[in-house]
Structures are given as structure tokens and as C-alpha cells.
Design a protein. Structure first.
Length: 175
């Protein structure tokens, strides 16, 4: 077990640290949300082709991003009693951009699967697997950066990937 501090390096300012935390938070949130969207859209037959699924992913991403951006602006006004300045708006835009990074990867997987001739169900499965693997890698990397050691890092990666599996199972069971 490491006794090293989990604090960020001295060169990272607290505002930068919070910004990074928010970007990672929205990235993980995007992965979990998009897993649910992919599973629901395909199971409920809202999307029956790669193009329809990509449209659903873009629509859901825009809706969630607008909701996040606006709620962040409201929270700023309620807490600080001022409007956010342009630097704060840019930071929020970057955070929302992290959501679209996950969307882009998911759309890319669906597109490539269709391009190489895979059927729609296989494209959906590939998208879900890639997102779940992404959660695993984020969990593994975070634990390694926290110097937990490989066994614990693998366990954290599996736990984080397990959250993704649970989301897909909930959609399968509950609908």
C-alpha cells in the first residue's frame, strides 16, 4: 500500500484541478448515459439502423449537454449571485465538450461497424463493449495514478466497467 499523497502536483492550481475533475466527471457520466441510450434505443426499436442510432446519440448528447450547461449557469448565479464571466463560460464549454468526445467515439464505432458490413445488432454490441472498456480503462488508470498497485487498479477498473454492465442489464430487464 502506498503512503504517497493523492494530492495533485503543486503546479496544478485548485481551479484547474476542479476543472479536470469536472471534465472527467462528465466523461464518465457521458459513457454511462450513452450506454443507456444505446441499449434503450436499440431494444425499444427507436433506432433500427446505424444512421438512426447515430442521430439518437447526437440528439441525446445535445439535450444532456444543454441541460448540464444551463444547470451550471444557474448554479453559478444561485451560489455567487453574479453571472459567470467569459472564462467560466469557456470552461463549461470544455466540460460539455468532454461529453461529445464520448459521443464521437460511440458514433465512430457504430459507423465503422456498419462500414465493414456488420449488422445493426453487432454495431450496438460493439458500441456497448467499447464504452464499457473505456470505463474499465478510466478506472484502471485512475487507480494506477493513485498508486494503488496493479491488483487494486484492476479491481477498480472491473468495478467501473461493472457499472456499465449494470446499466445495460437494467435496460434489458426493465426496458
Amino acid at each position: 500500500m502506498s503512503t504517497a499523497s493523492a494530492r495533485p502536483p503543486a503546479h496544478i492550481a485548485p481551479l484547474d484541478e476542479n476543472h479536470i475533475i469536472n471534465q472527467v466527471t462528465i466523461t464518465v457520466y457521458a459513457a454511462i448515459t450513452l450506454l443507456g441510450v444505446v441499449a434503450a434505443a436499440s431494444l425499444k426499436k427507436y433506432a433500427t439502423s446505424e444512421g438512426e442510432l447515430m442521430a439518437v446519440l447526437v440528439g441525446a448528447s445535445i439535450a444532456v449537454s444543454v441541460a448540464h450547461f444551463w444547470s451550471s449557469l444557474m448554479a453559478h448565479r444561485l451560489v455567487h449571485h453574479t453571472m459567470p464571466d467569459s472564462a467560466e463560460l469557456r470552461r463549461e464549454g470544455q466540460i460539455v465538450g468532454s461529453f461529445f468526445a464520448v459521443t464521437g467515439v460511440t458514433i465512430g464505432v457504430v459507423f465503422i461497424a456498419g462500414l465493414v458490413g456488420k449488422d445493426f445488432e453487432t454495431a450496438v454490441l460493439f458500441a456497448e463493449i467499447v464504452i464499457i472498456l473505456g470505463l474499465f480503462v478510466l478506472g484502471l488508470a485512475g487507480a494506477l495514478w493513485a498508486r494503488t498497485g496493479w491488483p487494486k487498479a484492476i479491481a477498480w477498473g472491473c468495478l467501473d466497467a461493472g457499472i456499465g454492465v449494470v446499466i445495460v442489464l437494467i435496460k434489458l430487464i426493465v426496458g
